[in-house]
Design a binder for this molecule. Structure first.
Ligand SMILES: *[C@@H]1O[C@H](CO)[C@@H](O)[C@H](O)[C@H]1NC(C)=O
Ligand SMILES: *[C@@H]1O[C@H](CO)[C@@H](O)[C@H](O)[C@H]1NC(C)=O
Ligand SMILES: *[C@@H]1O[C@H](CO)[C@@H](O)[C@H](O)[C@H]1NC(C)=O
Ligand SMILES: *[C@@H]1O[C@H](CO)[C@@H](O)[C@H](O)[C@H]1NC(C)=O
Length: 573
């Protein structure tokens, strides 16, 4: 008897690990929640000056200064808060939610460098001062995921109010915000955007995925409250967005390309975050919406995680079947280019959501697309469907569960003793770096812990959607831009323009747009460009021998107006 106590059935190291992990989670969960709320005005102790319902991205004011409200961060944080409220886990959060609603009504009325409230183009603005005024300095704008994420937070709240027969508040206070945001998504989804890391202007998987989800939610709510005037237009665009979403998948390399521009591998936490933030507990392992357990999202997850195995010294020597620290993307250099807490936690969250979905379904399916992922855990496994009563299912899910927990264990290892979560941890030493108390880091810990505990968000209608055969685009509003450039040329030499928008040949000099010399030495052309868009361009000379001379750096930049036309007067540089 005594001997058996010395040799327990579970390996001692595993037992210790899981005990340590659950004790970490039970200690960290309340710290994360307290620190998250501390960053929200007006009462938050680390958010002085922030208006009610305004989320400060981090209390850090220097290197980096994150003392702003970002619509993306704020909406993701409030999605967590709303989920806690509507699930009944914490009804004390209601006043924060109503503060958030009131703050968003104000922000939607603020004219800013992305556009005007009258045209609705201001909604693409990524960040504001915490006193609800416009941030006027140059920035990567517009960022078109913000209105979508706000729709998701607010429709989740609206649905719970409808279930409680409180349609009045939904119609009078929530619907006006959601209507503006949904019209914005519907009109502008097909125009370029800065990605969630605010670096690349192109099309971005995260943005497209959350836009798709948000329009479906807005349509369902519109029908529920009888505000159906936009439903048909939004449904057309939701179908178009879902079609476009498929195009990010790279079938030969088995991952989702995060951005269509930017000149990187495109392997990026963008895609993992998109999968968890568009999770639908009723959609099973649907691959058209890249559900966490879909073959595409799992293949992508393996490629993403493995891309960090050789870039951080923290990860050296770790076996392929074990978790490693992950960051935004392997080419990252921002603040030293380190692993991030929220991206490492997102991997765990995707895997726990997948495990929960398989458990509910009573089986898991391996396809040729997801086979490399499953082979991490069993080299001999083959494609097929495995019932939860099979030994293959048990072997795989228990190994995946251990692997998923490993990502939280890494965060545990690099959490300082006060439980604070910064933005990053050093890739060699593991010490916290960059912004302290990042609100999004806390939200990501709380949602990862919920997923592990099987506490899931509500469905948004992802089940049973089908993709149309040919994708339709949506130009959205355009404006006429006349480009005039003073340039003296020699005989046979001609001036062309190229730039970041498809109407400017997407930087392809061989299809650049010719300018007319009718008013020589002013060369001129008028082009239709997307309204309220930041567009970069350069003039080029094509020589008689066919060679090309570019203008000197940097690129020229314009922000197009919301409507009407504009003339740019440049001189060749
Ligand atoms: C809002 O905050 C910004 C940044 O601190 C400040 O420059 C601006 O004057 C403030 N505006 C108002 C109306 O308080
Ligand atoms: C409806 O919800 C709002 C916001 O929470 C609340 O102020 C109001 O009292 C509710 N009305 C009813 C009838 O429950
Ligand atoms: C617009 O949609 C079309 C059709 O899906 C797609 O080919 C194109 O890349 C999209 N462009 C942008 C900027 O979203
Ligand atoms: C360019 O010149 C035209 C006519 O000379 C003028 O109307 C226009 O405002 C100028 N554009 C800018 C951006 O200054």
């Amino acid at each position: 008897m005594r001997l058996s106590l010395l040799f327990p059935v579970l390996s001692p190291s595993l037992l210790v690990l899981s005990q340590t992990l659950s004790s970490y989670i039970s200690t960290e969960q309340p710290i994360a929640k307290t620190n998250l709320l501390a960053n929200i005005g007006a009462a938050g102790v680390k958010a002085p000056g922030a208006k009610p319902g305004i989320v400060v991205a981090s209390p850090s004011t220097v290197n980096p200064n994150y003392y702003y409200f970002w619509l993306r961060d704020g909406s993701l944080v409030f999605k967590y808060i709303v989920d806690e409220y509507v699930s009944g886990r914490d009804t004390s959060l209601l006043s924060h939610i109503n503060d958030f609603v009131a703050a968003q009504t104000i922000l939607q009325g603020v004219d800013n460098p992305s556009g005007t409230a009258a045209a609705g183009t201001n909604l693409g603005e990524p960040k504001y001062y915490v006193n609800e005024t416009a941030f006027l300095d140059s920035w990567g704008r517009p960022q078109r995921d913000g209105p979508a994420l706000r729709i998701t937070a607010l429709t989740t709240y609206a649905n719970s109010l409808l279930a409680a027969n409180n349609k009045t508040f939904v119609t009078n206070s929530l619907w006006p915000i959601i209507l503006k945001d949904a019209n914005y998504v519907s009109s502008f989804w097909n125009q370029s955007t800065f990605d969630l890391w605010e670096e690349i202007q192109s099309s971005s998987f995260f943005t497209t995925a959350v836009q798709h989800r948000s329009l479906r939610e807005a349509i369902t709510l519109a029908n529920a409250i009888g505000q159906t005037s936009q439903v048909s237009a939004w449904t057309t665009q939701a179908n178009n967005i879902l079609c476009f979403l498929q195009s990010y998948w790279n079938p030969s390399a088995g991952y989702i390309t995060a951005n269509t521009g930017g000149g990187r591998s495109g392997i990026d936490a963008n895609t993992v975050l998109a999968s968890i933030h568009t999770f639908d507990p009723n959609a099973g392992c649907d691959a058209t919406t890249f559900q966490p357990c879909s073959d595409k999202a799992l293949s992508n997850l393996k490629v993403y995680v493995d891309s960090f195995r050789s870039v951080y010294s923290l990860n050296s020597g770790v076996a392929e079947s074990s978790a490693v620290s992950t960051g935004r993307y392997k080419e990252d250099v921002y603040q030293g280019g380190n692993p991030w807490y929220l991206t490492t936690l997102a991997v765990s969250e995707q895997l726990h959501l997948a495990l929960k979905t398989w458990s509910t379904a009573g089986s898991l399916t391996i396809t040729s697309t997801s086979l490399p992922f499953f082979q991490i855990f069993s080299s001999s496994v083959t494609a097929g469907t495995y019932s939860s009563t099979s030994s293959t299912y048990t072997t795989l899910t228990s190994a995946i569960s251990t692997y998923a927990d490993g990502f939280i264990s890494i965060v545990q290892k690099y959490t300082p003793s006060n439980g604070g979560l910064a933005e990053q941890f050093d890739k060699s030493s593991g010490v916290p770096v960059s912004a302290v108390d990042l609100t999004w880091s806390y939200a990501s810990a709380l949602t990862a812990f919920n997923a592990r505990a099987g506490l899931l968000s509500n469905s948004w209608g992802a089940k049973g959607l089908s993709v149309s055969g040919t994708c339709q685009s949506n130009a959205g509003p355009t404006v006429s831009v006349t480009f005039n450039v003073q340039a003296t040329t020699s005989f046979g030499e001609n001036i062309f323009i190229t730039g970041s928008d498809p109407a400017l040949s997407s930087w392809n000099p061989s299809s650049a747009i010719a300018l007319s010399a009718a008013n020589y030495p002013t060369w001129s052309v008028t082009v239709k460009l997307p309204a309220s868009a930041g567009i970069q361009y350069k003039y080029i000379r094509k020589e008689t021998d066919g060679s090309i001379v570019w203008e000197s750096d940097p690129n020229m930049q314009i922000t197009t107006p919301a409507s009407g036309s504009v003339t740019e007067n440049d001189t060749w540089r």
